[in-house]
Write a protein that binds this ligand. Structure first.
Ligand SMILES: [Zn+2]
Ligand SMILES: [Zn+2]
Length: 153
């Protein structure tokens, strides 16, 4: 499987998180129920989803699931949002304001982030791609309290 292969070779992997709206202690939340691993190209500093839009949408529709975010790994770094991650998250959050981005660090710990309103404004204005610096990068995204994971599905 793509994730294991990428981990063995210390490359990044990426996947989409699907889930449903749920209630925890009477508060609305998103429950992640499925990981969808797209066909992907794994490099040591990035990961590209190389296909699959339609496949993903079919999967969402069929099970009544919706896309709630993405996950990718940083095989040799801490968990944070790089400029590329922020641009990626921006394109997801534009469509799905609730979407979150998970990053798995080198110790296989997950952190969950979302762009702040300021982050959404800054990234919208940013014409750059690839890795590049942003002013006040740590104010452009914030940690999100997670959402429950049901593993093994
Ligand atoms: Zn990243
Ligand atoms: Zn940028």
């Amino acid at each position: 499987m793509a994730i294991k292969r990428a981990q063995r070779s210390n490359e990044e992997f990426c996947a989409w998180i699907l889930g449903k709206s749920a209630q925890v202690q009477k508060k609305p939340c998103l429950a992640a129920t499925k990981l969808f691993v797209p066909v992907q190209e794994n490099l040591d500093d990035s990961c590209m989803d190389t296909g699959c839009g339609i496949e993903l949408l079919n999967l969402c529709g069929a099970d009544g699931l919706k896309l709630i975010g993405s996950v990718h790994s940083h095989p040799t770094w801490d968990a944070f949002f790089s400029s590329k991650d922020m641009h990626m998250q921006y394109s997801i959050q534009q469509l799905l304001p609730d979407a979150v981005g998970l990053v798995m660090d080198q110790h296989h710990e997950f952190k969950t982030f979302r762009l702040t309103q300021k982050g959404m404004r800054e990234i919208a204005k940013c014409p750059l791609s690839g890795f590049h610096p942003h002013d006040d990068a740590d104010t452009l995204y914030e940690p999100v309290r997670v959402i429950e994971f049901k593993s093994g599905q």
